[in-house]
Design a protein around this ligand. Structure first.
Ligand SMILES: [Zn+2]
Length: 556
């Protein structure tokens, strides 16, 4: 291939594809391409940072690849996908692990691989004095801002008497709170680690998932903040990736095998929450609103929801698909109040307390938060004049509360759509059938678990282009969706489906006994029977970025 062709090709390839096809050389070329039009001085500085990082990490491996690949991807992602044009941020991205892994080398003025004691990672973490000295070296070579950014994303030496993962998470949250640009580097680093997890196996995989999973909501919160210097579309992109990372971590940790639901609460769970509000919360006058959680209540500012809702009552609770909303009364008894949109996120529940203190819950099945509850897990609360309350309980903090949500973007409810409507909505276009089922703007209410269950019941391969579905396939799928919804509602949730327990490595199909296979369809973790759903199967496992990443079309 001619040099120019290769360059153009590299510029369009996903980073993991460059890595697997061209390795370090490809990533270096892509990096050079990304910075080619930058100012000469900036380019020199970034090239020096890359050289320095490459020397420091020369003997380090990250699984089976040179460590510098990771540093290159973190830097390229920030330039190319996050749209950042800031040489100091890129230098810090390239050097983000230099102090953590090689403080002593840096401090000694070295940086050659010959000085390294071998291996990478935490075991090489130097003492605090080494780290300070190393940061001073970086400040002298690349400027104080680069050193400051690297300092924020560097883990201090761990205190021996405390849990390392906990210290890690605390450090990340504290450091990033005060430094918006460091959040950008951490997001790219985290994305790379999250993607890397699929190439890791065995006990280490579980350990890493345990370490990173609790960080997802923390990072999501920081990224969504108004002072994070990224475009709104980029923030949405990162938040969607964090969603997927959370799902992947949950799968790795075997949450499904333990009978918990994975991903968002689905239609049956949301319906239990809606019914709970309709039965127990309507007509009670609102005297107080806790809307202090600006992440769950984004884009509203603190006090905005309180001002809008205090003095009113909830008058009706509605749901379409997984989206729920309440009507409210007018203040003077005449006009209507605002609509209160409630989204349960990944694991939210509605908790309604009666005047006498009796508590009822609806939404995601309890169990994943069996440990003692913390008050701050109530992310949004309505206090009623009668002494009771309604709370959105959401440990993972991925629910949303929004005034006057846009309901026009939702398709008809999956439990109410007719055969003819379903056939028309499901078979238009060429997208994979699973991605179409998940598209809430076409049909509202089918989430990841219900989609896998319905496709398995109907024996339809999840990656089948919808244009290839015959009428009888579409009708069989329609009946499967309806029966899966009814069964989930009766049994208490999407996690009760027949094939859900078999969504794990090594499991066999509960119907025919063939091996269950795993892959990514429509950007979501997908399991199917290798025998009965064999046609149109995507390559198992890490085909994530080759599929168009179907944005989750939630309403908020
Ligand atoms: Zn089977």
């Amino acid at each position: 291939m001619e040099g120019d062709d290769r360059e153009r090709l590299l510029a369009t390839m996903p980073l993991h594809a460059i890595t697997s096809t061209y390795g370090e050389a490809g990533l270096r070329d892509r990096f050079a391409f990304e910075i080619a039009s930058w100012a000469e001085a900036d380019r020199r500085r970034m090239q020096r940072a890359l050289d320095r990082a490459a020397r420091l990490h020369a003997d380090d491996r990250r699984d089976r690849e040179p460590y510098v690949n990771h540093l290159l991807r973190v830097a390229i992602r920030i330039i190319s996908y996050y749209g950042v044009h800031d040489a100091e941020v890129i230098c810090a991205a390239l050097l983000h692990d230099a102090v953590e892994d090689h403080a002593a080398d840096l401090a000694a003025g070295g940086g050659g691989a010959d000085l390294a004691a071998g291996g990478g990672g935490a075991e090489l973490t130097g003492g605090r004095a080494d780290q300070q000295a190393a940061l001073a070296v970086l400040a002298a070579e690349f400027g104080p801002r680069v050193a400051e950014l690297v300092g924020v994303v560097t883990n201090p030496p761990y205190a021996r008497d405390r849990d390392e993962d906990e210290q890690y998470r605390e450090h990340v949250a504290d450091g990033l709170r005060d430094n918006p640009w460091a959040r950008v580097i951490k997001a790219s680093d985290f994305t790379d680690n999250g993607v890397g997890l699929i190439h890791t196996t065995g006990p280490r995989l579980h350990r890493l998932a345990g370490k990173y999973a609790p960080l997802v909501p923390v990072l999501a919160d920081l990224i969504a903040r108004p002072d994070t210097p990224l475009d709104a579309a980029v923030k949405e992109h990162i938040l969607a990736q964090l969603d997927r990372a959370a799902e992947r971590f949950a799968a790795v940790r075997g949450d499904a095998a333990r009978g918990r639901s994975l991903g968002m609460p689905e239609l049956p769970e949301v319906e239990t929450a809606r019914r709970l509000i309709a039965d127990l919360a309507l007509g009670r006058r609102i005297t107080g609103v806790d809307d202090a959680d600006t992440f769950v209540c984004r884009p509203h500012s603190p006090g905005e929801l309180r001002a809008a809702l205090t003095g009113r009552t909830l008058t009706a609770a509605h749901r379409r698909g997984k989206t729920m909303w309440c009507e409210t009364s007018g203040l003077d008894g005449s006009d209507l109040g605002p609509i209160l949109g409630i989204h349960l996120g990944m694991s939210g529940r509605i908790v309604v307390t009666a005047p006498d203190g009796w508590v009822a819950e609806g939404g995601d099945p309890p169990g994943r938060d069996a440990e003692p509850r913390k008050a701050e897990w109530d992310r949004f609360t309505l206090e009623f004049a009668d002494g009771g309350r309604l709370a959105l309980f959401d440990k993972r903090r991925l629910g949303r509360i929004v005034l006057n949500p846009d309901l026009d973007r939702l398709g008809p409810d999956a439990a109410e759509v007719t055969t003819a409507e379903f056939r028309a909505l499901i078979t238009t276009g060429t997208i994979a059938v699973k991605a179409r089922l998940l598209d809430q703007s076409k049909i509202a209410g089918v989430g990841n678990l219900l989609a896998d269950e319905a496709l398995w019941q109907a024996k339809v391969p999840p990656a089948t282009p919808v244009s290839r579905l015959q009428r009888k396939d579409a009708d069989r799928l329609y009946r499967a969706v309806r029966s899966v919804l009814a069964s989930a509602a009766a049994k208490g949730g999407a996690h009760t489906g027949d094939v859900i327990a078999a969504r794990r490595p090594g499991a066999s199909c509960p119907r025919c006994g063939a091996e269950m296979v795993h892959g990514t369809v429509g950007g979501r973790s997908t399991w199917w029977c290798s025998r009965e759903q064999a046609a149109w199967s995507p390559a198992p496992a890490d085909s994530a970025s080759r599929q168009p990443a179907a944005r989750r079309k939630g309403i908020f």
